[in-house]
Design a protein around this ligand. Structure first.
Ligand SMILES: C[S@@+](CC[C@H](N)C(=O)[O-])C[C@H]1O[C@@H](n2cnc3c(N)ncnc32)[C@H](O)[C@@H]1O
Length: 295
C-alpha cells in the first residue's frame, strides 16, 4: 500500500474523529485517552513529539490502519490487544490474544518476589522460576531489574511461549540470563534445578469454572490462562504441593490469587511447614502469599 498523504487533513482532525467514534462504545471508559493511544501508535511518536506531529498531514496508510484499529476496539477487543503492546513495570511487552494481558496487581507480585530474591542474594545473583509466564511479564521484569539473577520462564501453552520468547528477544543483553521451557508447572523445569531455586513465582489461573467474567475478558483472553476448576484452586494447590522439592532451604514461593483464596491457600502452605505471609495489592485486597521454606 502506498504511503500517500490524504490531502489536506492533518492528524489532529483524525484525533477528534477517533475520540468521537470511541465515545459510541460502552466498553471504552476514556475515549480521549484511548484515541490518543491509538493515534500515537499509528503516527509512531508520543509525548511532545506527538503534539507536534498532529499538525502534519495524515497518510493514507496511517488512516487505514487507524480505522482498522478503531473497528477492532468498537468490536469489544481490549485496547491492549489492539495496540499490540502494554506497559508492565519497566517493560513494554508485546501482547496479543495468545496471552493474558498483564495486570497492575501482578506488578506488586514482582515486588514481593524481588524482596525474597534480595533477602537471599543481597549482592545480586540467585535463581528465579516464573511458572506460567504468559507474556513473560513477571520473569522478564525480574531479569531486567536484577540483571545478575538467572530467570527461568515456563508455560504449558506453546502460543504463550512464542510471545514470551518474542518479548525476551526485545530485551537484548538484559535477557542473556533468561531461559524458557515448555511444560506443565514443575514438569517444565530441568531436573538439576531441584532444590536449587531461590524464588518460585507464579500468577496461575485462579478463576472458578462457575465465576462470571466480563465479556472483555471471557471473549478475548485465553481460557487456559484464567480458569482453574470448580473453586479456582486446581493450579494453586499443585504449586503449593510441589514447590518444596524445587526450592532451596530458605527459598520462597510467591503466588498471586483471588482475595477469596488467600486464607485457604495460606493454610495449605502452613500445613506443608512453610512460613506464610499474606499481602495486599494496590487496591488493598489480599492478593498474594509469600511462603518461605524453613531451613
Ligand atoms: C493468569 S496467566 C498469567 C500470565 C503471566 N504470568 C502474567 O502474570 O501476566 C496464567 C498462565 O499460566 C499458564 N498455565 C496454565 N496452566 C498451566 C500449567 N498446567 N502449567 C504451566 N503453565 C500453565 C497459562 O498458559 C498462562 O500463560
Amino acid at each position: 500500500m502506498s504511503d500517500d498523504l490524504t490531502g489536506t487533513a492533518p492528524w489532529r482532525s483524525f484525533l477528534t474523529e477517533t475520540e468521537q467514534r470511541l465515545s459510541g462504545s460502552s466498553d471504552v471508559e476514556d475515549p480521549r485517552l484511548e484515541a490518543r493511544w491509538l493515534m500515537e501508535e499509528v503516527v509512531g511518536v508520543d509525548g511532545a513529539d506527538f503534539m507536534a506531529a498532529l499538525g502534519q498531514l495524515a497518510t493514507t496508510r496511517g488512516v487505514a490502519r487507524l480505522d482498522s484499529m478503531v473497528e477492532r476496539r468498537l468490536g469489544g477487543e481490549p485496547i491492549q490487544y489492539v495496540l499490540g503492546h502494554w506497559a508492565f513495570r519497566r517493560l513494554d511487552l508485546m501482547v496479543d490474544r495468545r496471552v493474558l494481558i498483564p495486570r497492575p496487581e501482578t506488578e506488586v507480585v514482582v515486588d514481593y518476589a524481588l524482596i525474597e530474591l534480595d533477602r537471599l542474594h543481597p549482592e545480586g545473583g540467585g535463581v528465579v522460576a516464573d511458572l506460567g509466564t504468559g507474556s513473560g511479564a513477571i520473569g522478564l521484569s525480574i531479569a531486567t531489574e536484577r540483571p545478575g539473577a538467572r530467570a527461568v520462564l515456563t508455560d504449558v501453552s506453546e502460543d504463550a511461549l512464542a510471545v514470551a520468547r518474542a518479548n525476551l528477544a526485545g530485551l537484548g543483553m538484559a535477557g542473556s540470563h533468561v531461559e524458557v521451557f515448555g511444560g506443565r508447572w514443575f514438569d517444565a523445569l530441568p531436573t538439576e534445578m531441584s532444590g536449587q531455586i531461590d524464588v518460585i513465582v507464579s500468577n496461575p489461573p485462579y478463576v472458578a469454572t462457575t465465576e462470571d467474567l466480563p465479556a472483555s475478558v471471557l471473549d478475548w483472553e485465553p481460557e487456559g490462562a484464567l480458569r482453574a476448576g470448580p473453586d479456582g484452586r486446581n493450579d494453586l494447590d499443585q504449586l503449593v504441593a510441589g514447590a518444596e522439592l524445587w526450592l532451596r532451604p530458605g527459598g520462597a514461593l510467591v503466588l498471586e490469587m483471588a482475595p477469596t483464596q488467600t486464607t485457604v491457600v495460606a493454610e495449605l502452605a502452613r500445613a506443608r511447614d512453610f512460613e506464610v505471609a499474606v499481602h495486599e495489592d494496590l487496591a488493598g485486597r489480599e492478593r498474594l502469599i509469600v511462603a518461605r521454606c524453613k531451613g
